[in-house]
Design a protein around this ligand. Structure first.
Ligand code: PLP
Length: 360
């Protein structure tokens, strides 16, 4: 079975051997405060820094999931107000999770074909009372860089513009793009993802990358509730340890995959090229349409394909029979789209098979 599901998604085939290797290495029975484990953890973070070009002054933490990262941002980095601007189901969920933790949480929905800065400037006028704060004075701005539910993305250009429009701490969900696109880390203060999407690993772990400004903010907020407290997490990672007994297998697999993959700028070239080819294929060689029409908001890593609900249901069924799993539509787009993961772990042969299948 070939999977184009955008998470959990196809894992790198090399993971099979890494599983065995992890077992034999003894790490699975190691105490997480032991030198052996600490060495694996620091090597994992070193390789992530190297391959993803994470700046030396940004810290990297391993957590349980992207969902947990949403809560860490709310709990440890937000004193008063959390502003969420989203165009799909994951951004909306993040807003909803935060509103249970931060009393003053505002959410604003924008259309899939609109760029985020157009939307932010449009709603930031004197007449709107929707947000308690103007954009410039936002405390924390929460953005989903790659919205997995509808196949949109916020470009690095847009993120750069946002930096000039607000002094907010900028938190960015890159769950379905980390490992597939080049991210300019300086444009955000908190970046996070879970490993089962673009990183090609089995589910069960999350990654958080924080700027010095985020750490400073954590000291101001001084959240001491423990489990999700960023300061407590930081304290442990300074010692190459974790704040709880970690999933050592997941850490080991991440280390091996980071060792195996090329630098992100190389991976990103191929991901971008494949994305371009997917969009052209869909529009020129099939009767389907891309859900996202604006080239500036189209995702490189998740492609949402639109059609009549009956046609969508039948193509998914036929694909399964042909040994191919397509991604279901999600949220508002559940019935009128299917999704194609364009993650680096998927190979050319698999893409060729899906294209052959989709040709009328
Ligand atoms: C999948 C996904 C999440 C949730 O990831 P978990 O590993 O389930 O916590 C959050 N945000 C985005 C954009 C996602 O695609």
């Amino acid at each position: 079975m070939i999977s184009f599901y955008p998470g959990p998604s196809k894992v790198y085939p090399q993971v099979e051997a890494y599983l065995q290797e992890a077992f034999r290495s003894g790490i699975l029975s190691m105490n997480h405060r032991s030198q052996g484990f600490m060495d694996v953890l620091s090597e994992t973070l070193r390789l992530m820094r190297l391959k993803l070009h994470i700046p030396a002054d940004y810290s990297i933490y391993l957590v349980s999931s992207a969902t947990e990262a949403w809560e860490i941002v709310a709990q440890s980095l937000t004193a008063q107000h959390s502003a969420h601007h989203y165009n799909g189901a994951f951004g909306k969920k993040w807003f909803s999770y935060t509103s249970h933790i931060v009393p003053q949480t505002s959410g604003s929905l924008f259309p899939v074909n609109q760029t985020i800065t157009t939307h932010l400037l449009e709603q930031d006028d004197e007449t709107t009372t929707f947000n308690q704060q103007r954009l410039r004075d936002y405390e924390v701005l929460c953005l989903t860089q790659n919205e997995t539910s509808n196949g949109t993305q916020i470009s690095q250009n847009e993120l750069a513009k946002i930096r000039t429009l607000t002094d907010a701490l900028v938190a960015i969900d890159v769950t379905s793009s980390l490992g597939g696109v080049v991210l300019d880390w300086s444009l955000g203060d908190v970046w996070f993802a879970s490993v089962q999407k673009c990183l090609g690993l089995p589910a069960g772990m999350g990654v958080m990358i924080c700027s010095p400004k985020a750490l400073q903010k954590a000291r101001v907020v001084n959240d001491i509730l423990r489990y999700n407290s960023l300061l407590f997490i930081h304290e442990n990672f300074e010692k190459h340890q974790t704040h709880y007994t970690p999933n050592a297998l997941a850490v080991y697999l991440l280390m091996r995959v980071m060792e195996q993959v090329e630098s992100i700028e190389k991976i990103a070239v191929s991901v971008k090229q494949r994305a371009k080819s997917w969009y052209e294929f869909i529009e020129q060689e099939t009767d389907w349409q891309a859900l996202v029409e604006n080239f500036d908001t189209r995702s490189n890593t998740v492609i949402a394909v639109k059609g009549e609900p009956e046609a969508i249901a039948s193509v998914k069924k036929a694909a399964l029979a042909a040994g191919i799993t397509l991604g279901n539509g999600y949220g508002e787009w559940r019935n009128n789209t299917f999704r194609i993961a364009n993650f680096p772990a998927i190979n050319e042969e698999e893409i060729f098979q899906l294209k052959t299948f989709l040709k009328p």
